[in-house]
Design a protein around this ligand. Structure first.
Ligand code: FAD
Ligand code: SF4
Ligand code: SF4
Length: 1011
């Protein structure tokens, strides 16, 4: 072993990085990432830690992993396997070669429905596996909250546990066998006794010795391993003398794979895992028990679990209130409440017989009556209402995590497990401990198994480490008193390995070290975790180490809302701009990313299209936020913030604002990209293409005067190729067509002082698709509104130039020019908004700029007023309809079916539903929403030659296949100009296909106004 590599700490001051990189480049097929930025992106997980890895390998095959292991062994460099990197305890952080399995090693190897098993590679995501299993009526039931991003390799590594663990157990109860690779190159299948009979001599020898250790330590195992279901700390030495109330195997035999489960990659690398499957329950009921006190909820859980539910999940008062303050969740949570409870328990029963589930639900009602709480149960039998309530439970946590300021909810005692009879006392006492240390925590989650999540709010940049230790020590004392487990769900990693000896005692800890040395004598596998670890409060391992300081700069946008301090005790935050961020709040906005990995998702929602097509950490919201944070705090070298590397990291961000909505902590990368581009263009300038696109609203009047000339690019042979060569616009694209009959040229308008509504015609619907603006105008008139068409105020220096929201300037980082445009808009619209007259627009990305970026341009209070009065055309109509004021008579269209694609910004502002609501006014029209992420065109992004392929890949994820499947008699509706262009381009080879703005569709179905 290299003397420079201390075995225990996981910290390596000198490693042969260059040699390793060179060897890997030569010998493996996968991606070898050793640059500072890539390493930085793999230096963190969802914990508070950060350690620079030696390098990163994204293996394409198991051969790559074997080769890497052999090179690492030779060069004495440690290895760290990684899945989604969603560990909360620092398991995937270390000075090692990180092997990311999630991109390529994610296949299902064999499904055996007869045996109810499936064999998978380690990088497969749980949700992807379960989607594959669903048609077979089976599932893998360890339903962790991160199901959309966590991998089976990571789940096995952490011995993960789901909400329904009371019914199905933890990972350890559901793994059948593990095909493993040991650090000396030995490969072997670890499983039941039958499997082990055929083990290779080296594996058999290890097993023999492990058995001997267990036999020797039997008394220690029986006295020190907590007898609770949720115990995931240390190694599972109790598989030989089980302490877990749920048997590890059906027949009580020993399964050696279970020793690897929960070993956090410290014993072996998992090549394949065979998992036990469960039948998918066909019937579910949900009872929501309302408690007048939190204490009662905790005290009575033990009685509820005796009814045999498959989940009992807690939502406390704080979360109820948070849900109530959210317009989307308010009606859902209120359906579940009786009065004003201090806590609710979601009690789920599931199985094959609906009668049986109803019977259990009624038993719950009776039980609560017997326990002195008659009428406290809200019975939910319908699947949609149950699902909606589960969503609220998850969202409550998200809102809690979105707290601004340096104080953040920190995970370190988040999953202590105590026997149910002590739950009430434990939670009360711990709440007192928090109070004593000037903080608080919100309680939620798995009441059924005594594992309640709670994160005290701590400022890890100022004094948090000290408080963390003090609170951990007091919590640990209680856990011991109640004979519980300190680590009941999230594992040991860097934050809790130190507590292994506290939990299991010095003899068992020594036994764990022996086991580690048997499997991994050179200490190469994820060192410093579980055994021979560092201290939890070693601040040199923190993400925010002492001395962490963002560079000072004056941002172009107003980030002061993030620049605040919070007081967890009083639950208050200071005024915007007072948080002491030298980057004016921009750094604090970036630091909102806590690395939970939620952006690594592929389900409904938008976030994050560039990750969906590349599966690269660099092209992920988390990767971008990490790179920005590292660059801004000088950890990527001088001037890293405006470096080519930074630009490359943001290059595929299509500014869809998916993260603004979907990220639990509200990381708004689209806005951050504007800030970055502003700083970039100040240093590097803009290319001709960028200038042309950004200033389009400025030269558009000229193009509209000579459309034939400007349209030559798509008609003159060779012109498209020239624009690709000299401007970087893809020759594979047609460009929007200029025309003389722009909307604003002849738009009739009502006098300003008698107008009911103002129509804001954006650059695109004015110059390129003026029929949309005309259609919107017609519909509004038909509905009886007096429509004023917005124009610059008289005396405006650029009066001949239409109003513009500044979007094209923002997309290039030209914030000053965008602000100038915004001021023109404000000036023109202010007289209307001050009278409460709605401003209505058509292009989502333009109109919503008035509600979003205008608020961070330093435009004052008037911008707030404008934002409140600015609506998309369909939002306005839907509101008017709801208020009973809409007098529109619409007739059936020849088409009876429509496919709807929502623009990303509509999704980000929850503005897709209004389109559905107004389309529902058209008789006989059946509308289906395409579950799509970004269309991939994203303003000018898809027109650029360098982005053409990525753009098409994004479109092909779901949008274009859905459009292709639809017959010609189906309408395709998309409000975004670039979305419509992408659809037309993407299906062109199958024949012309035109997507329409909703205004056009409504105009076609117009009847006479109702009297
Ligand atoms: C918001 C949030 C909610 C969470 N909810 C839950 C929950 O409900 N239940 C729960 O149990 N956990 C939960 N977690 C923790 C975490 O998501 C789970 O532990 C998850 O299973 C980890 O999966 P991953 O793919 O991200 O693994 P990673 O974090 O990448 O890795 C986990 C461990 O497995 C090891 N590993 C990965 N692949 C291999 C391999 N091929 N061979 C050997 N070792 C390997 C790693 O070295 C590491 O030690 C939550 C985390 C967050 C951020
Ligand atoms: S960007 Fe948001 S979703 Fe992604 S890891 Fe960071 S906090 Fe989580
Ligand atoms: S704006 Fe869109 S593309 Fe950019 S990081 Fe957010 S989700 Fe990803």
């Amino acid at each position: 072993m290299n003397a420079a590599l201390p075995k225990q700490a996981g910290l390596y001051s000198s490693v042969p990085r260059n040699d390793l990189a060179a060897r890997l480049q030569r010998e493996v097929e996968g991606e070898v990432l050793f640059d500072q930025g890539s390493r930085g992106r793999y230096a963190t997980d969802a914990s508070i830690y950060q350690i620079d890895p030696v390098g990163v390998l994204i293996p394409k095959s198991m051969t790559d992993v074997r080769t890497a292991l052999s090179i690492c062994r030779e060069l004495e460099v440690p290895l760290l396997a990684r899945g989604g990197g969603t560990s909360q305890c620092g398991q995937t952080v270390g000075a090692a070669l990180v092997i990311d399995n999630s991109k390529y090693l994610n296949r299902i190897v064999e499904l055996d429905i007869g045996a109810m098993t499936v064999t998978v590679e380690p990088g497969i995501v749980l949700d992807h596996l379960n989607a594959h299993l669903k048609p077979h009526g089976v599932w893998f039931p360890v339903d962790v909250s991160t199901a959309a991003q966590c991998t089976l390799g990571g789940m096995a590594g952490n011995n993960s546990c789901g909400s329904r663990s009371i019914a199905y157990g933890n990972m350890v109860h559901n793994v059948h066998s593990i095909d493993a690779l040991l650090s000396n190159g030995t490969e072997g299948l670890f499983g039941d006794e039958n499997t082990m009979r055929h083990a290779a001599p080296r594996v058999a020898d290890i097993v023999f010795r492990v058995q001997a250790i267990a036999l020797r330590e039997r008394e220690q195992i029986e006295s020190r391993v907590p007898a609770v279901l949720r115990r995931v700390g240390g190694y599972n030495l109790d598989i030989f003398y089980p302490q877990n109330p749920r048997p590890y195997t059906d027949n009580g035999s020993v399964n050696l794979a279970h020793l690897l489960v929960g070993s956090e990659g410290t014993l072996a690398y998992t090549k394949q895992i065979t998992l036990k499957l469960a039948p998918l329950p066909t019937s579910k009921t949900l009872g929501v028990v309302n408690f007048p006190t939190f204490y009662q909820a905790m005290a009575l859980t033990q009685h509820i679990v005796k009814l045999g539910p498959c989940a009992v999940e807690l939502v406390d008062r704080t979360m109820i209130d948070l849900a109530r303050s959210n317009p989307a969740f308010k009606p859902v949570i209120e359906q579940a409440l009786r009065g004003t409870p201090e806590a609710i328990l979601l009690v789920e029963f599931a199985g094959d017989s609906s009668e049986e589930q109803f019977r259990k639900l009624h038993q719950l009602v009776e039980l609560m009556g017997d326990l002195g709480l008659p009428g406290s149960v809200v019975e939910m039998e319908g699947a949609p209402e149950q699902k909606a309530l589960w969503e609220v439970r998850k969202a409550g946590l998200n809102i809690m995590m979105s707290m601004r300021g340096d104080g953040k909810p920190v995970s370190f005692i988040e999953d202590c497990a105590v026997p149910l009879e002590h739950l009430a006392e434990y939670t009360s006492r711990l709440t007192e401990v928090f109070r004593k240390h000037g903080t608080r925590g919100t309680w939620y989650a798995h009441a059924s198994v005594g594992t309640l999540h709670v994160r005290p709010i701590l400022d890890m940049q100022a004094g948090g480490a000290k408080k963390m230790r003090a609170i951990a020590e007091e919590a640990a004392a209680m856990v011991r008193e109640y004979k519980g487990a300190f680590s009941g769900e999230h594992g040991d990693g860097l934050v809790r390995s130190e507590w292994v000896s506290w939990q299991f005692g010095s003899r068992l800890t020594r036994a764990f070290e022996e086991i580690k040395d048997l499997f991994d004598p050179d200490g190469l596998m994820n060192p410093g975790k579980i055994v021979r670890c560092s201290k939890m409060d070693d601040t040199s391992l923190f993400r925010f180490k002492p001395g962490y300081q963002p560079v000072a700069f004056t941002p172009a946008l107003d980030w002061s809302a993030w620049n605040v301090s919070s007081d967890p005790d009083t639950d208050t935050i200071t005024a915007p701009g007072t948080g002491g961020d030298p980057a004016g709040g921009f750094a604090k906005a970036i630091e909102m990313c806590n690395n939970n990995g939620h952006c690594r998702k592929f389900d409904a929602g938008t976030m994050c299209p560039s990750y969906r097509i590349t599966r690269d950490e660099q092209h992920l919201t988390r990767g971008r936020a990490n790179t920005l944070r590292l660059a801004l705090s000088g950890q990527l070298g001088p001037d890293a913030f405006t470096s080519d590397e930074m630009r490359a990291t943001l290059d595929l961000c299509v500014s869809c604002k998916g993260c603004k909505r979907d990220c639990p902590t509200g990381v708004d990368m689209a806005k951050m990209k504007i800030e970055f581009l502003h700083q970039w263009q100040h240093k590097h300038g803009l290319t001709l293409k960028e200038k042309l696109i950004a200033t389009l609203p400025r030269w558009a009047p000229w193009a509209a005067r000579f459309p034939f000339l400007f349209n030559l690019r798509d008609t003159l042979p060779g012109a498209a190729a020239l624009t690709e060569r000299y401007l970087g616009l893809s020759a594979k694209r047609t460009l929007p067509r200029w025309r003389r009959d722009t909307f604003l040229r002849h738009a009739p308008t009502t006098e300003a002082d008698v107008a009911d509504v103002v129509l804001f015609a954006d650059t695109f619907n004015n110059y390129f698709e003026s029929e949309n603006a005309r259609a919107a105008h017609k519909v509004l008139l038909a509905a009886g509104y007096r429509v004023h068409v917005a124009r610059p105020v008289p005396g405006d220096k650029s009066e001949s130039k239409p109003l513009c929201c500044g979007r094209t300037y923002l997309a290039a980082g030209m914030v000053d020019q965008a602000k100038a445009e915004a001021r023109r808009v404000m000036e023109a619209l202010q007289p209307f908004v001050s009278r409460g007259i709605p401003i209505v627009g058509l292009e989502p990305s333009c109109l919503l700029t008035l509600r979003d970026e205008f608020l961070v341009m330093g435009l004052g209070d008037d911008a707030q007023l404008l934002a409140k009065n600015a609506f998309l055309f369909e939002e306005f109509l839907a509101q008017e309809h709801k208020a009973g004021r809409l007098k529109l008579r619409l007739l059936p269209l020849p088409e009876k079916r429509a496919l709807l694609h929502g623009h990303c910004h509509q999704k980000a502002f929850d503005a897709v539903k209004p389109i559905q609501q107004v389309l529902a006014l058209i008789p006989e029209l059946h509308v289906e929403l395409i579950e799509s992420s970004c269309c991939g065109m994203a303003g000018s992004f898809g027109y650029e030659a360098t982005h053409y392929e990525a753009s098409m890949q994004m479109a092909e994820l779901s949008l274009l296949p859905a459009v292709r499947k639809a017959g010609q008699d189906t309408l395709v509706i998309a409000d975004g100009t670039s979305c419509r262009h992408q659809i037309a381009d993407g299906v062109r080879t199958q024949g012309p296909r035109r997507a329409e703005h909703v205004a056009l569709v409504l105009a076609r179905s117009l009847g006479e106004p109702r009297q």
